[in-house]
Design a protein around this ligand. Sequence first.
Ligand SMILES: Nc1ncnc2c1ncn2[C@@H]1O[C@H](COP(=O)(O)OP(=O)(O)OP(=O)(O)O)[C@@H](O)[C@H]1O
Length: 322
Amino acid sequence: MIATESLSKRFPRVTALDRLSLDIGPGVTGLVGANGAGKSTMIKILLGLSPATEGHAKVLGLDVATDGPAIRERVGYMPEHDCLPPDVSATEFVVHMARMSGLPPAAARERTADTLRHVGLYEERYRPMGGYSTGMKQRVKLAQALVHDPQLVLLDEPTNGLDPVGRDEMLGLIRRVWTDFGISVLVTSHLLGELERTCDHVVVIDGGRLLRSSSTSDFTQTMATVAVEVTGSDTHPDGTAALRAALTAAGVALHARVEEGLPGAGHILLLEATGEETYDIVRDTVADLGLGLVRMEQRRHHIAEVFRPDAAADQPLEVRSR
Ligand SMILES: Nc1ncnc2c1ncn2[C@@H]1O[C@H](COP(=O)(O)OP(=O)(O)OP(=O)(O)O)[C@@H](O)[C@H]1O
């Protein structure tokens, strides 16, 4: 889908991308980096909107230096910043974008209705967008990226400004762009944790340089910390201690430290998941002991962990806690 070779972008005072070589296949790929890491610059180069200073890049086999218009016909783009005209409705806007992409009027209207339904905008789609919430605006931006049925969409920080519920909904929609429609996705974020659940592959950049590019399962296998909280039972009044003993016996790696649960409740155990089977072991062990499972959640990783993998290994408790 995307291949870059020694791709660089140098501004007079800043190197935004520094010899980045990547090979991104079909599916959902996350491009993760702190603010200023070079994510938006990369997207603009891939769309053929901004020339690279050095190196090469191909999108869908097309050269970004010479085939920009052909790339933009086949690729959808969701920009990071608010760019919606306030006085037109979502329907009018998305039809306009579909027409700009070359769809005839009837097809543009039909595709607009389908796409707005897909992103979860119903009656509101006839209202001026100036009155929309951030979540609704993000959905319109996603819809206009999809309306011409592209092979690939580039989504720049689609969860920006959303509350946790809105973020989860947006991530679900993004996942379905691939699973339901077969459209590949490159999505940027500054949070590795949120992309882990959505992406098949994650690319991490820092200061324009490639830090890591690997499948999400590789990330989670090496870096998944899971928090588990249980209630006690008559047989096991200290449920946390009973669970710790049983999980240790089952070979699960537990952190020595525990976190405090809610007032009056027990402690929260932290453990390292090596794969899906760890979750099954925890669930079965809790059931076997007759304890109540209050929570079992994967801890969000901050991008800093990837910047300092050695530190993360040495001090998992500090670096990995939320
Ligand atoms: N047109 C420009 N002129 C000069 N410097 C630029 C320009 N565009 C981007 N930069 C710089 O290049 C670096 C990378 O910027 P970029 O916008 O790609 O980062 P980002 O990872 O997308 O971060 P953010 O999410 O904050 O936009 C930053 O230091 C930025 O200041």
